[in-house]
Design a protein around this ligand. Structure first.
Ligand SMILES: Cc1ncc(COP(=O)(O)O)c(C=O)c1O
Length: 407
């Protein structure tokens, strides 16, 4: 235990991490923390669905029918019809044959990315012998989500990291490693940067070099595209080489993760991916709520319209003030700060003024590239956005561009 005591002392004396922050209500988008009301500009609940009465009503149907939890693994007696119904809807939304759902988005990336190269392992124990040796290699954007980076590491396969969205560099690596089974992995919407991966060009590369393209559309699903179908719908770009990943914990306001791909792939994953077969999955009430969320997103486009109206209102006004946002393509619009301590201080100052914005720091992003990740929400009122804008206006000389340096 001595090691942990030392680390703990260091953290306390260096004030290196954000203060403990406990809450008694969830952002809708305002919430209560330590008795104080704050407006959140950092919630993933993009459409405010998590507390929507229709969602709660659906979840209650699931709760009454099945109880609070599914204590069985899906491989061993826990494979409820409602999960299959949800997976069929997710596959249809992503224009794929099949989908497989896991307990969280994080677990989905860990489980699927680490399993894809090992698909033959269990079959080998039963006597399967491949005609050929397949060696796998990952090609990963440097700004990919930490769950992707960890999933790739868990696979034990070689990885090359290409510069953020630098497709020339990606192509040079693909060319150099022709002999491998190539798996390109990218965030669809970059979670800490807010920009969108250049999907059509990436699909072209994947098809040209016969690579798999795994796209983590955690922040695009429910947000991008005419029906909220995500990045592929946004670009109207689909490919047999693509594996779509998404989360159910953001625009869908619930819990879970999934991939959508060909049925022969999901069939294999059911038996080989431990994060599917050796753990519990989402409680059934969540599946009920998510099905309702999907229907609401599809049939009530005004919800997403409100999100995008708020997004453009914020972008227009904040850029007029002279702020430089890392991206203006999506509801994630980070203000780059750089120094971790400055970023934390700014987040605390905003907190004192009744605004919550996450200070995003290493290991979520590279060291010294911390940022205040502003995220707008369909439920923000103009008054709430104006309040943030007026505080940012008064902070202009604290948050300048070029970036604030450590004091
Ligand atoms: C890009 C990305 N992928 C995966 C995840 C993990 O999703 P979940 O919170 O559903 O586990 C996140 C969560 O923030 C994310 O931003």
């Amino acid at each position: 235990m001595q090691e942990f005591k030392e680390i703990h002392n260091w953290i306390k004396s260096n004030n290196r991490f954000p203060e403990d922050f406990n809450v008694s209500t969830l952002p809708s988008p305002s919430f209560i923390s330590n008795g104080k009301e704050l407006i959140s500009f950092s919630t993933n609940n993009y459409l405010g669905l998590s507390s929507d009465p229709a969602m709660i009503e659906s979840a209650v149907v699931g709760l009454k029918k099945y109880g609070v939890g599914n204590c069985e693994s899906r491989l061993l007696g826990g494979d409820l019809d409602i999960y299959r119904e949800l997976e069929a809807k997710l596959a249809e939304m992503k224009h794929k044959e099949s989908s497989i759902m896991l307990a969280t988005g994080y677990l989905t990336n860990l489980g699927i990315l680490s399993t894809l190269p090992k698909a033959s392992q269990i079959c080998r124990a039963y006597g399967y012998r491949s005609q050929k040796t397949y060696n796998h290699m990952f090609f990963s954007d440097e700004f990919n989500h930490i769950s992707i980076r960890e999933g790739i590491r868990m696979s034990g396969c070689p990885k090359v990291t290409y510069r953020h969205c630098d497709l020339d560099q990606l192509e040079s690596y693909l060319k150099k490693h022709e002999d491998y089974v190539k798996i390109i992995v990218t965030d669809g919407v970059f979670s800490q940067d807010g920009d969108i991966a250049p999907l059509p060009e990436m699909v072209q590369l994947a098809e040209k070099y016969n690579a798999i393209l795994y796209v983590d559309d955690a922040h695009g699903t429910g947000v991008l595209g005419k029906n909220g179908g995500g990045i592929s719908e946004h670009f109207n770009c689909y490919s047999p080489n693509m594996i779509h990943m998404g989360t159910l914990s953001k625009a869908y306001g619930a819990l879970g993760g999934f991939i959508a791909t060909e049925k022969y792939v999901t069939d294999i994953l059911k038996y080989t991916c431990s994060s599917y077969g050796f753990t519990s999955t989402i409680p059934p009430d969540q599946a009920y709520a998510i099905i309702t969320a999907m229907d609401m997103i599809k049939h009530q486009p005004e919800r997403r319209q409100q999100l995008w109206d708020n997004q453009s209102y914020f972008v227009e006004h904040v850029t007029k003030m002279g702020y430089h946002l890392l991206s203006t393509q999506t509801p994630i619009m980070p203000i780059h700060i750089g120094d971790e301590r400055v970023c934390q201080e700014l987040s605390s100052l905003l907190h004192n003024e009744g605004i919550h914005i996450d200070a995003i720091m290493y290991p979520a992003v590279k060291m010294h590239s911390s940022r205040l990740r502003v995220m707008v929400n369909a439920k923000h009122t103009k008054d709430q956005i104006d309040k943030l804008l007026s505080i940012l206006d008064s902070y202009k000389n604290k948050i300048t561009h070029p970036l604030t340096k450590a004091s």
